[in-house]
Ligand binder design. Structure first.
Ligand SMILES: O=P(O)(O)O[C@@H]1C[C@H](O)[C@@H](CO)O1
Ligand SMILES: Nc1nc2[nH]cnc2c(=O)[nH]1
Length: 290
């Protein structure tokens, strides 16, 4: 496990660097998961930075995670877009995984839109469905392997934040209306995302357990980012693209693969992009009180 703690001062240094290198002052943050990176190509007046050039930023190591931060205009908002995220299974601590979200906070971001690729646990789900995340089960977090473990920095938020209200109901309602306009029909779902540590995909018995626990989809990310975003008062919206179906039968020949995850991501890119851009367009414009 990589051990350097990235705190408030390191966030400030990254923010200073970004403000020196871009005129954009983003109010919306977007994190693009596996196979979703093409959305960043839609950003207008884009300033594009490799993670390698930004002070204290970790490096992307996963195929499908480009490793660039894009600042510019999207859907009428000034946005900062992560073209690729960090995962705990890459060997990064939870503190490192969430560093960019804290940088976003200090940049002035008040709303965070997260995307991920996930395996469908709910038997009604199909590959290509888009699930609005209404809640989560944070398996590493339940065992104190979350980003808020350790000394609490009150400049970010309180010691004991609530997570029962993590996923903003108003943004989900707008997304449902947008999906209706886009005629997504049954492809639009709303459910519970389970985060496991990875990098191995789940065994059949594990998939069965996660389904019994109330999970609709399973993945390896997102919830650490949600925890720190809510900790520092950022409004959160998250979607999972169902890229594959969890294997729930012991004698099934089906296997989850990262190649299938990326392939489904590419096939569904247009739908995800339309949903996010239309959501941004319908989102109330940022006000100073947000
Ligand atoms: O970053 P996300 O959560 O979209 O990536 C998922 C989880 C693993 O990183 C990878 C497995 O294929 O996709
Ligand atoms: N853990 C997990 N992560 C995924 N990411 C995309 N598909 C899956 C999956 O089936 N399981």
């Amino acid at each position: 496990m990589e051990g350097k703690t990235l705190g408030y001062e390191q966030c400030e240094q990254a923010v200073t660097w970004l403000r020196d290198h871009s005129q954009h002052r983003p109010s919306v943050g977007i994190v693009l998961g596996s196979g979703h990176s093409a959305l960043a190509d839609q950003v207008i007046k884009a300033d594009i930075f490799s993670y390698a050039d930004i002070p204290h930023f970790p490096r992307s190591t996963v195929p499908g995670h480009v490793g660039r931060l894009v600042l510019g205009e999207l859907g009428g908002h000034t946005c900062v877009v992560m073209q690729g995220r960090f995962h705990m299974y890459e060997g990064y601590s939870a503190n490192t995984v969430v560093f960019p979200v804290r940088v976003m906070k200090l940049l002035g971001v008040h709303t965070l839109l997260l995307t991920n690729a996930a395996g469908g646990l709910n038997p009604e789900y199909n590959v290509g469905d888009i699930m609005l995340v209404k809640d989560h089960i944070f398996l590493p977090g339940l065992a104190a392997h979350g980003p808020l473990v350790g000394p609490n920095d009150e400049r970010f938020g309180p010691r004991f934040p609530s997570t029962s209200d993590a996923y903003d109901p108003e943004l989900r309602a707008i997304a449902r209306a947008v999906a209706k306009e886009l005629k997504f029909g049954q492809r639009l779902r709303e459910g519970v995302y389970v985060m496991e540590g990875g990098p191995a995909f789940e065994s059949v018995a594990e998939c069965r357990m996660l389904k019994l626990m109330g999970g609709d989809a399973v993945g390896m990310s997102t919830v650490p980012e949600v925890h720190v975003a809510r900790h520092c008062g950022i409004r959160v919206f998250a979607i999972s693209l169902i890229t594959n179906l969890a294997v729930l039968e012991f004698d099934s020949p089906q296997r989850a693969t990262h190649a299938e995850v990326l392939e489904t991501g590419q096939r569904s890119a247009a739908n995800i992009q339309q949903l996010i851009i239309n959501l941004l367009t319908c989102m109330p414009p940022p006000t100073p009180s947000d």
